[in-house]
Structures are given as structure tokens and as C-alpha cells.
Design a protein around this ligand. Structure first.
Ligand code: HEM
Ligand SMILES: *[C@@H]1O[C@H](CO)[C@@H](O)[C@H](O)[C@H]1NC(C)=O
Length: 534
């Protein structure tokens, strides 16, 4: 839009200058006119850039009075380098420790674009509750909409409300129980895979060669979500190199060049960024079509079955067709894509960090084995896992006041989930430690272990893994159930130790800055040994 405005304005300005000088309106054929036009265009662009990179953030914006970090900041690119390539949620967590603030501060991102970080439980509560004022990020929409479609994760307003009402009940506790057999079957299949690797590669100590946890966690959760949400098993555990799995990867695990093109879409019109003549762009487009077709075929097959009252499967798309009367094919494709986008990598990363934490705390592996595999104790450990989503963004839908501060329309607000989950104000001085026993208390009378719902924290905002408010995660029961099944079976049969012992110190693990998930950049590798008796 800005680009078009700039060009049109430059055209008229050049035409006016040219007319004044040559007293002629026949300028379109003249070389001098084009030279003049480009000079005017460049001057305009430079002026705009100067305004938005220097004048606005440093001298004009109402946000310039907020506290802000300045150490090591680039004069024209803010903390762009760190914010773009670094682990999501970490910079804000660090600044909040070093910067005096009242629950809200500003920092400058790529090209000095302003961001607002909200850090007090009270203000975060407001940002997450006022979903009409603080909308899902429009940048996220532009990035992901061509892939996922106009669905619940990306959209705002009335249509978002309608879709949430439609989908949330299907992911409630009672409904998720019907999916347990899927999670259970998939966990057993994974167990068999790992057992094969262990028996083939075990050394004299019984421990296997290094096993990449991320790899298996990614496959078991892809099969889990595809079967439970779409009713189609992608069978990535069985066949990790199949056409469907590699196309899926092309769509949901984009390469660096594709991420670059995706970011271009924020600044340039879609037709321009999509017409980049690269083989990869074409391949990615084809991959998206292929995955959409898988979803569409599944939806039409189910609709046909439903017409004959033969649709009995428990997956979410079947429920939408059978119980909620959804008949629009494209809408079903969109819902399928949202579930894949929201419910695969998140759970996979949760399982990876879960195995990692069990490696760090060998005693917990023993504790769990001593109990019933699907015991309450493991169940209550799952919510405490390291947050797979490190940070979320919101965007002001109009000029908005928060905590007496005017926030202009279109400003991105960041909430660092990681900093909340480890905030000493809520969790005590040992906030940084993974301590599942926060969720357990021994009843003094009966001696039984009792579940402590909020993990002993002072406010609801203390645990933000699935966030809160009007757009909190509707898949949390699904996620917990799947993580519980996979982790319980793995820990039940195997003893795990980290391959790289330097990883025992969590702060040494490089974290991937790509994508939304907070995940280990170089994967987590473990040695596994089968426990006798299982
Ligand atoms: C451990 C795993 C998971 C984590 C950590 C997680 C976390 C989150 C977070 C932080 C959000 C808010 C995103 C935002 O507002 O920008 C969210 C939203 C959402 N999640 Fe999850 N999620 C997980 C698993 C799942 C699963 C398994 C499903 C589906 C089966 C799911 C479905 C959704 C949907 C549909 C939304 C959008 C809700 C809305 O905008 O109204 N999630 N999740
Ligand atoms: C950020 O810092 C403020 C001030 O020290 C503190 O009150 C708040 O709890 C912190 N928030 C987080 C999420 O760590």
C-alpha cells in the first residue's frame, strides 16, 4: 500500500515539476521525465524511511516516554538482529530483569519498529482479555493465511468468535477421552520403534547409540494430530520419507529462504513476493496444494459417509461434520490446517523438553516407574514442562490506552511466556528450576498425594504455557493427554541419559530462533536403555 502511494505521489510531483519547467504535458515519452520521476521517488522513499526509522520512534511516538533497553542497540535497526534470530521470549525476559519498569516497556525491533512488552500479571491479564482491542497479530495473518486459511488461530472479530464456539467444545476433556486410544496406539508404535533401535545398537552397558528425541517426538505427534484431528494417519513413524511427510515438512518447517520470502510478505504485496521466480517457491506452493488436497479428500469422504449415516470415527473433522453440521468443504480444510499448525510442533517440542528434563533428574524417572504408568503423578508433572511457545504477539486494533499509556493503532505487543513461567515474584527464588512437586502436596490426615491446581503460584498469570483470556489455547487437554501417553510409555520402558552432558545446564543449549516454537536448535540426543520387566 505504502509502495503504491509513494509511486503515485512521485508521479504527480514529477509531472508538476516537469510541467512548470517545460510548459508541456507531453512528458510521457521523454527520458528526462523518467529520470526526474525516479529521483523524486527515491527522495520520497528516503524521507519516509528517515521519518519511520528516526523521527517517529525517537522524537514523536507517544511510546518514547516508556522505559526501554538501549545497551548494544543499533541506531537504525534497534534490537532487530536479536529479535529476529534469537530465541523468542528470551530478550524480553532478560530486559525485564535489568530494566526498571512498571509492567510495561518499549523496545525497538527491525528498522526501529516499536514493540511494547507487557510484564506485570495485571497488564497481561488485560491484554489477553481485551481481544477486541488487542487482536491477533496482522503480520501473523499475512504470513500464515495463504498456508492455513482464514481460521481460528489467525482471524479476529465475529468470525473468530463463531469458530471458537464451534471448535472449543470438541476439545473439551470429555471429548478428548474418545481420542485416548489413538494416543495410546501411537505411543506403543513409537515404543516399538525405539525398542528396535535400542536392541540393534545397545553396547555392553545396555545403552543405545544416540537417539534424536526431536525426530521421534515430531513423528509421533504428527501421526497423533493427523489421525485425531483429520482422521488420516500420515504414518510418519512408519514411513518418515513418504511423499506426504516430506511435503508436510516443506509447508510447516520452512527453509531459511522461504522464511525470508514470508517476511517479504509483510512489507510487499502478496503478488510481488509470490512471483519471485525461484524453484523453491514453486515447490512450496505445490506442497501447500498437496496438503490441502489431503485435507479436502478426507473431508469429502467423511461427508459422503455421513450422508449414509456411516460416519463413526472420533476425529475432530468427523465431529464437525456429524455433530456440528459443518458442510462447507473449504471451511473443513481450514479447520484441518489450523489443527495441524497449532497442534503438532507444539506438542512435539513439549515431549522433547519433557524427555530432556527427565534426563536431568534421574530420580524422577525412577519415581514414575515405581508407580502406575498413567498415574496422577506424571499427569501433574506435564503442565510444568518448559513452555513450547516462548512468546506471543498481539496488535492494537485502534489507538488504545493501557495503564494510562496511549498505544497507537497497529503496535505489536509482546508477552514473554517464558518470563512469566519463571518469574520469582510468583514462583519464589527457585523459579528457574523445574520442580513438578510444586503441583503436589501430602495430605496430613490421609497421607495421600494431593494435586495443587495452580502449582502454589500466587496468580493465574503465573503459568502461561497455554496463555489465558479470550484466545487461550483450546487444545490444552489434547496436548496434555498426548504428552502424558507418550512420556509415560517412554519413561516406563527406557532409562534415558543425555548424550551431551554439557546440556545438563539448560542455559548452554542453543535455541532455535526460527518459527514459533521454543526448541533446541541442534536437537536433543539421548542414550536409551531398556528397563527389565517392561
Ligand atoms: C503443548 C502444546 C501446546 C502449547 C504449548 C500451545 C500453546 C498455545 C498458545 C500459547 C496459544 C496462543 C497463541 C496466540 O494467541 O498467538 C495457543 C492457541 C491455540 N492453540 Fe494451542 N498449544 C498447544 C497444543 C495445541 C493443540 C494440540 C491444539 C489442537 C488440537 C491447539 C490448538 C490451539 C488453537 C486452535 C489456538 C488458537 C485459539 C484462538 O486464537 O482462539 N494447541 N496455543
Ligand atoms: C518484570 O519486572 C517487574 C519489575 O521488577 C516485576 O514486577 C514483574 O513481575 C516482572 N515480570 C516478569 C514476567 O518477569
Amino acid at each position: 500500500m505504502k509502495l503504491a502511494g509513494l509511486t503515485i505521489a512521485s508521479f504527480f510531483v514529477s509531472a508538476a515539476i516537469y510541467h512548470v519547467h517545460s510548459r508541456s504535458f507531453f512528458f510521457l515519452g521523454h527520458f528526462q521525465f523518467y529520470a526526474l520521476f525516479w529521483c523524486v521517488w527515491l527522495a520520497h522513499a528516503a524521507g519516509l524511511l528517515f521519518y519511520s526509522v528516526i523521527l517517529w520512534p525517537k522524537y514523536l511516538s507517544p511510546l518514547r516516554r516508556l522505559p526501554e533497553p538501549t545497551e548494544g542497540r543499533s541506531w537504525w535497526n534497534g534490537y532487530g538482529q536479536r529479535a529476529f534470530f534469537g530465541a523468542k521470549g528470551e530478550p524480553v525476559a532478560q530486559w525485564n530483569r535489568s530494566l526498571r519498569n512498571d509492567g510495561i516497556f518499549r523496545y525497538l525491533d527491525v528498522l526501529n519498529i516499536e514493540r511494547v512488552a507487557v510484564t506485570s500479571p495485571e497488564l497481561v491479564g488485560q491484554v489477553l482479555a481485551r481481544i477486541q482491542d488487542f487482536e491477533q497479530s496482522h503480520n501473523l495473518f499475512r504470513l500464515a493465511m495463504p498456508i492455513l486459511g482464514p481460521g481460528i488461530v489467525l482471524i479476529n472479530g465475529e468470525e473468530h468468535k463463531r469458530q471458537r464456539k464451534l471448535l472449543a467444545p470438541l476439545l473439551a476433556t470429555k471429548e478428548i477421552r474418545k481420542l485416548d486410544s489413538i494416543f495410546w496406539d501411537k505411543s506403543l508404535e513409537l515404543l516399538q520403534k525405539v525398542t528396535d533401535v535400542v536392541s540393534k545398537t545397545a553396547s555392553a552397558t545396555g545403552f543405545s547409540e544416540p537417539i534424536c528425541v526431536d525426530h521421534y517426538a515430531g513423528h509421533v505427534t504428527l501421526d497423533g494430530i493427523s489421525k485425531a484431528a483429520l482422521g488420516v494417519d500420515f504414518e510418519s513413524l512408519k514411513n518418515p520419507d513418504s511423499a506426504i511427510v516430506s511435503n508436510y515438512r516443506g509447508v510447516f518447517e520452512p527453509t531459511a529462504i522461504f522464511r525470508f520470502i514470508a517476511v517479504c510478505k509483510i512489507f510487499f504485496p502478496r503478488w510481488l513476493s509470490e512471483s519471485i521466480p525461484l524453484q523453491r517457491v514453486k515447490e512450496a506452493k505445490r506442497a501447500i496444494e498437496l496438503i490441502h488436497n489431503v485435507c479436502r479428500t478426507s473431508a469429502t469422504t467423511k461427508m459422503r459417509l455421513n450422508a449414509n449415516k456411516d460416519l463413526t470415527t472420533p476425529d475432530l473433522i468427523s465431529c464437525l461434520i456429524r455433530d456440528r453440521g459443518v458442510t462447507d468443504e473449504e471451511e473443513l480444510v481450514t479447520h484441518s490446517m489450523q489443527m495441524l499448525g497449532a497442534g503438532h510442533e507444539t506438542v512435539g517440542v513439549g515431549i522433547t523438553w519433557g524427555v530432556y528434563e527427565f534426563c536431568r533428574q534421574a530420580q524422577w524417572q525412577k519415581d514414575i516407574r515405581a508407580e502406575d504408568a498413567a498415574s496422577k503423578r506424571l499427569h501433574v508433572r506435564v503442565p510444568a514442562l518448559l513452555a513450547p511457545v516462548g512468546q506471543i504477539g498481539r496488535m492494537t486494533a485502534h489507538d488504545t490506552v493501557l495503564h494510562d499509556q496511549l498505544i497507537p493503532k497497529g503496535t505489536t505487543i509482546h508477552v514473554s511466556i517464558r518470563s512469566f513461567n519463571r518469574n520469582p515474584v510468583n514462583w519464589g527464588a527457585d523459579a528457574g528450576e523445574f520442580k513438578p512437586e510444586r503441583w503436589l502436596r501430602r495430605d496430613e490426615v490421609t497421607g495421600d498425594l494431593v494435586y495443587v491446581p495452580n502449582g502454589g503460584a500466587l496468580t493465574k498469570q503465573a503459568l502461561m504455557t497455554f496463555i489465558h483470556g479470550g484466545r487461550d489455547c483450546i487444545g490444552r487437554v489434547f496436548a496434555r493427554s498426548e504428552m502424558l501417553h507418550v512420556l509415560a510409555t517412554l519413561i516406563g520402558r527406557f532409562e534415558f541419559v543425555l548424550t551431551d552432558l554439557s546440556y545438563m545446564d539448560e542455559t548452554t543449549i542453543p535455541v532455535s530462533g526460527a518459527g514459533f516454537a521454543y526448541k533446541p536448535r541442534d536437537n536433543i540426543h539421548v542414550h536409551a536403555r531398556q528397563i527389565s520387566g517392561w
